[in-house]
Unconditional design. Structure first.
Length: 202
């Protein structure tokens, strides 16, 4: 009887361990892919970076891994900007369309995307004289559903969202990240605190 119990317990433990394998394998796969992006960046190979980032984007879109998807999208935007400043606006417009599409599948991810677009427009002169109005538009869309944002953990969108040492004071929720941090960033860079949650690559 004891032997039978031990076998059942072992089988249950094995099944539990196996159930974690897909998640662990996905995490390891993304780690490998991001390492390849880093290697290409260190070698100053922007086109290779874009190719590697496209692989991450395709995989993350299939798996709805929005943290990796958003990080790869905005990293791609930055790399294109380093190649040609003129490419930033059309690439940003593509991201705006993707954010609109995300509203149907993951409104919280869409809010993160809009907030990051607002930050990108705030930080870059390339977007022209209308950039402030456009940035405000993105921030407004990002904050369209504060109740939803308050219910979502910002760290669910790692690695795009990076935790700072003071983020727990604000409960690590999306409303605190977007509502407290980015409108203040828009009005004054000096108010933004880098030790809160922030976006990777922005």
């Amino acid at each position: 009887m004891k032997k039978m119990f031990d076998i059942k317990r072992f089988a249950a433990a094995l099944l539990a361990a196996l159930s974690l394998l897909p998640t662990a394998m996905r995490a390891d796969s993304y780690t490998t892919m991001w390492n390849e992006v880093t290697i290409a960046e260190k070698k100053d190979l922007p086109k290779t970076q874009i190719q590697k980032l496209k692989l991450i984007i395709d995989k993350a879109e299939r798996e709805r891994a929005y943290g990796h998807l958003l990080k790869a999208e905005y990293k791609t935007l930055a790399v294109w900007g380093s190649i040609s400043a003129d490419s930033l606006l059309p690439k940003a417009e593509v991201l705006e369309r993707k954010a609109a599409a995300m509203e149907a599948t993951d409104p919280a991810a869409a809010a993160v995307c809009y907030a990051a677009l607002g930050k990108a427009y705030t930080d870059s002169y390339v977007f022209g004289k209308e950039k402030q109005d456009k940035a405000k538009e993105f921030f407004k869309k990002a904050l369209d559903n504060p109740q939803l944002l308050a219910s979502k953990t910002a760290l669910d969108y790692k690695p795009f969202i990076v935790e700072g040492r003071d983020s727990r004071i604000f409960n690590n929720d999306l409303l605190s990240l977007i509502g407290y941090g980015f409108p203040r960033l828009f009005f004054s860079r000096r108010v933004w605190r880098r030790d809160m949650i922030t976006f990777s690559g922005l």
